[in-house]
Design a protein around this ligand. Structure first.
Ligand SMILES: Nc1ncnc2c1ncn2[C@@H]1O[C@H](COP(=O)(O)OP(=O)(O)OP(=O)(O)O)[C@@H](O)[C@H]1O
Length: 680
């Protein structure tokens, strides 16, 4: 590339930074000088402008009609207005940067990739679409792509805005209505695509900023791993969480065995919880006596049944319907009380007033007694006072009844106020010495049934990553948070590890959206080299016959290997291999039982992504990637969940080794065997 071209581009890029700095200064001034109301807006603007500092401009399109469009992380306009100096990658004018090929150039003559370090242009890479040919594999900007996918990993995911591929771009820009399911094998960019889609939707549908976007990931480690991507794309307003953390105030401190996870995850639990809540309402077949101010008021079964029916008919959740039930019962009690009062007011000769003469009129003594008891009787009423209490009196009575501890206790007995915790622990019959992750959707379901609104924020769009892991109960929990059912669901059914996870997208989604979901497949693996994917072929064929593995975008020439050891020597063998490792970040993926001894042997903290050697269970490794991966005891992983071994094997961008005690699992027999003597 001619040096002069770089100089021209450098000049242009420098001017973009001048404009960016001016905008930043202005935003900072407004933030400093503004009132509290506008402060949040300007603070967000400062953050947005700061986020685009690295790689502000990364591309240029030259069109056949002589236009030049610089593409970058946001749009910049000249001070005085006019054509944009820089077009946001999400804007329609930038789209051809991702989709134009020699076969379908879309008016583009040249696509230029601009690589910058800090504010300096360090390289240009041009594709002439009328000359180059797009390559048989349809990859866009192959050189830049390969440089990106072979780069050493840092333990944090980065955005792929400069090298997003056409099949990925289509998903990023897909309309937001309904549920979009992105199904693809390991390393096909599902996570990356989902996050870029969030940025795209927030850009094109600003109302989502107020309605909110929720991103659900499989673990806190994973959320940490992807945590920089959206801020790097200028989006700071997205809520990220795991299913276990989605209900505030619930601390997960227990791990359930697999069969319990499976049982708790089934949709039948929703019915059981609903039945449990319903059963808390008593329907006695005998009269219930309620004491109020030393009087006994009787409630007949039919009174109670009628009140319960009325309350249920409202369709309100348990705790709200309870208020309706109470009102109905208190009405009955007030009636009884009024009847009682009419019967117990005494005349001044000590006789009880019982409603007066047969013709319904009260005598003078009766009227005096009533006045003394506080009842105002209209003596001019020709019909006489058939009802002694007016509406105000009755309302007063109802209030006194409701405020009475004895009455409340009786009402609570009949229709108790419930908490989600109480409902779930009663149903599970477990001592509540802590909750497991599988309990969280149950608590949330119970909260919905009883109408407890704590922690029930809703969102305009929900993204679910590693969505194959979600149980039916977890889906119900998510759907409650997404009334619009606008969702991006990304996952791989061949990677399902949870015993309560999905084996069919249709089965998990249909109950909630019927056929309002679309499948968007991804088929190219950008992470795992061909050699490693070939090593997973037997495993994939054994457990998912007919599922094609994703096509690797590159090969490294490095064959995965296996090495045998004994159970007694497993930990030291792994530690020795780890110590000898020098190429980039190494992940050791081992079953839970080996984590502690390995952490001691390697002097490392489990699940810490920042070190050169990262120690993880297969579950924790979900969604992550490393330069090298060493799997310890694959048979144990396979035993627990065959898909977990597939997940573990597909985490490496460069090298894979397997250490097995005893015999190697049959599905790994084809791996090149490393002689134990080769180990230090
Ligand atoms: N277009 C692209 N340009 C550069 N890198 C890419 C591209 N697409 C994907 N990658 C890289 O490939 C790797 C895998 O992507 P990602 O983690 O999104 O895959 P995934 O489908 O979610 O994988 P898994 O199912 O195994 O978790 C990441 O490092 C990502 O940055």
């Amino acid at each position: 590339m001619a040096g002069r071209e770089i100089d021209v581009e450098q000049e242009y890029v420098a001017a973009l930074y001048v404009r960016l700095d001016a905008l930043r200064e202005e935003a900072a001034e407004r933030l400093a000088g503004g009132d509290r109301e506008t402060a949040a807006v300007w603070r967000a603007e400062v953050a947005r402008l700061d986020a685009v500092e690295q790689g502000l401009c990364f591309g240029r399109l030259d069109t056949h009609d002589g236009r030049r469009v610089h593409v970058g992380r946001l749009s910049l306009f000249p001070d005085q207005g006019g054509d944009p100096l820089l077009v946001d990658w999400r804007a329609p004018a930038a789209r051809a940067f991702y989709t134009a090929t020699a076969a379908a150039p879309d008016g583009v003559r040249r696509r230029r990739r601009i690589t910058t370090r800090g504010r300096t242009v360090v390289a240009l890479n041009d594709e002439l679409l009328d000359l180059d040919g797009a390559g048989d594999d349809g990859l866009v900007g192959e050189a830049a792509l390969l440089a990106a996918v072979t780069a050493e990993r840092t333990g944090r995911m980065h955005d792929i805005v400069t090298t997003l591929q056409a099949e990925q771009d289509r998903i990023v820009r897909h309309g937001s209505g309904g549920v979009l399911v992105v199904q693809g094998g390991p390393g096909t960019g599902k996570t990356a695509v989902a996050l870029h889609r969030v940025a795209y939707l927030l850009y094109t549908r600003p109302h989502l900023r107020t309605r909110g976007v929720l991103v659900v990931g499989p673990s806190r480690i994973f959320l940490d791993y992807i945590g920089q991507v959206l801020p790097g794309l200028g989006e700071n307003s997205v809520v990220t969480t795991t299913i276990a953390d989605l209900r505030p105030g619930v601390e997960v401190s227990r791990v359930d065995p697999p069969e319990v996870v499976a049982a708790k995850g089934g949709a039948v639990m929703a019915e059981r919880l609903a039945a449990a809540v319903r059963s808390r309402v008593q329907a006695p077949d005998h009269p219930v006596d309620v004491e109020f101010e030393q009087q006994v008021l009787r409630l007949d079964p039919s009174d109670l049944a009628r009140a319960a029916r009325k309350a249920r008919r409202t369709g309100l959740p348990h705790n709200q319907a309870r208020l309706v039930f109470q009102r109905e019962v208190v009405d009955v009690l007030a009636q009884r009380l009024a009847e009682g009062m009419e019967a117990v007011v005494l005349t001044d000769t000590g006789e009880a007033i019982d409603g007066g003469d047969p013709d319904g009129r009260l005598g003078a003594a009766d009227l005096r007694a009533l006045a003394a008891a506080g009842f105002v009787v209209d003596q001019d009423d020709p019909g006489g006072p058939r009802t002694l209490l007016d509406e105000n009196d009755r309302a007063g009575l109802r209030d006194s009844l409701l405020a009475d501890a004895g009455v409340q206790a009786a009402l609570d007995e009949l229709w108790p106020a419930l908490t989600p915790e109480r409902v779930v622990s009663d149903l599970l019959g477990e001592r509540a010495d802590g909750w497991s992750a599988a309990d969280v959707p149950l608590l949330d379901e119970a909260a919905g049934l009883i109408g407890s609104v704590d922690g029930h924020a809703t969102f305009g769009h929900v993204v679910v990553d590693e969505a194959q892991e979600l149980s039916e109960m977890a889906w119900r929990m998510l759907m409650r948070r997404c009334p619009s059912r606008s969702m991006t669901v990304v996952g791989d059914l061949a990677q399902t590890g949870s015993p309560a996870g999905a084996s069919s997208w249709d089965r998990v989604l249909r109950p909630h959206v019927r056929d309002r979901w679309r499948l968007a497949p991804l088929g190219v693996n950008y992470r795992t080299p061909a050699e490693i994917m070939a090593a997973t072929a037997d495993l994939l064929a054994a457990h998912h016959p007919g599922t094609p593995p994703p096509r690797s975008v590159r090969s490294t020439g490095e064959q995965p290997w296996r090495v045998g050891t004994t159970h007694a020597d497993l930990i030291t063998t792994v530690a020795t291999l780890a110590a000898a490792h020098t190429d980039g970040q190494l992940a050791i993926i081992a079953p839970t039982a080996h984590i502690e001894p390995l952490a001691t042997a390697l002097s490392t903290t489990p699940a810490d992504l920042t070190g050169p050697v990262v120690l993880l269970t297969p579950d924790q490794a979900k969604g992550l990637e490393f330069d090298s991966v060493l799997i310890a005891d694959p048979a144990a992983i396979l035993d627990a969940a065959p898909n977990d071994l597939y997940v573990a094997m597909t985490r490496a961008t460069q090298r894979l080794g397997v250490v097995y005690p005893g015999e190697p699992p049959a599905v790994l027999a084809g791996l090149r065997e490393l002689h134990p003597d080769l180990i230090g």
